[in-house]
Write a protein that binds this ligand. Sequence first.
Ligand code: F1P
Length: 354
Amino acid sequence: MIERGTHTLREILSQPTVWQETLSAFQVRASDLDGFVRSNQFKRALFTGCGSTYYLSLTAAALFQGLSGLPCQVRPASELALFPRIAILGDDKTLLVAISRSGETSETLAALPVFREQTGGQVLVITCDGQSSLAKHADFVLAAETAQEQSVAQTRSFSSMALLTQALAAQVAGYPAIQALTPLAGIVERVIHKYQESIRHLAETTSIENFFFLGAGTLYGIACEAMLKMKEMSLSQSEAFHPLEFRHGPMSMVTERSLVVGLLSEGALRQELFVLRDMHALGGRILVIGERIEDLPEALAMTIELASGLPEWTRPVLYLPPLQLLAYHRAMARGQNPDRPHNLEAVVHLESLE
Ligand code: F1P
C-alpha cells in the first residue's frame, strides 16, 4: 500500500523539473502560437476554468492584461455556460482562454459552444491533457503533459499551466518568454530546499485554527489557490482576500489562533506590510512571502524570501510551492490523506450539462 501523501509530496517536489519540461513544450509551439495570434488580431481575452483553474484564470488574466495591454475578463466556466448574456462580453475578436487540468470538466466543456455561438471568437485551451475533449474542441492548444498528476488536488499541474499562461502573455506582448521564464526552475528548487523544514514546522503548529491568504493584483488568484489547497488537503478553515479588503470586515475573525499569510507584491508593498502589522497587533501569526523582505522585524513574522532577481511578472508561480507545502504538511499533521481529499474527485461532472 502506498503511504498517504506520497503522490502529493512527489508532485510538489518535482516542480523544478516539470517546469523545465513545460517550457520546452511551449518552445515547440511558440512559432505556431505567433501565427495564431497574428492571424486573428485579438482585441480582448476572456479567461475561464473551474476551481483551481478558475483561480489560475484570475492570475492569468491580470498578467495578460498587464503585459499585453489587451482588456481581459475572467469568469468561472459555469457562469459562461449558464448565464452567457451577463457573463460574456465580446465579439469575434475575443479570445477565450479555457484552462483545465483534465480537459474533461463538464462546465468548462459546456462553456465553449456557448462562447462560440455568442461571439464567434476563437478558443485557446491550456491543459495537462492534449488529447482531452476540451483540447479536441480548441482552435489552439498549449499542453503541460508531464505535469499530469495522480493526486486529486492540483499542485504541479496548476503551477505548470500557470507558467504556460505567463509564456502566452509574454509572447503576445512581444517579450522573450522562454528566456525570461527559464531561470524560475532553479530558483524554486532553492526556495523549496531553503524553507521546506520551517514550513513543515509552521504547518504542524496545532494551535492554528484558521488561515487567511492575502494577495493583490496578479497574486490574488494565487491567494485563492492557496486557500483552496488548504481546504482540500487539510480540511482547515481558510479564506482569501485582497489585502486591503481584509480590513473591511473579515479581519474581525483574526485571533491568536489565526495564520495570516501575506503574498507581497512590489506595487503595493507598503500598504500590504501595514495590513500585516495590524493583523499581528490583533494577535494573528504572520507568514510573508515576497521577493525581498525588509522592514518586518523577525519576531513579527516568518518570512520566505524568493530573492529571484527576476521581473515581477515572472514571479507569481514562485509563491506556489511554499503554499502547497504548507497545506500538505498541515494535512499530514492532521492525519488526512492529501492525495485523496475528502468528498473530492479529480474531475467534476455535472450530468445536466453534458
Ligand atoms: C478543476 C477542479 C479542481 C479541483 C478538483 C476538481 O478541474 O475543480 O480545481 O481541485 O480536483 O476539479 P480541471 O477542470 O482543471 O480538470
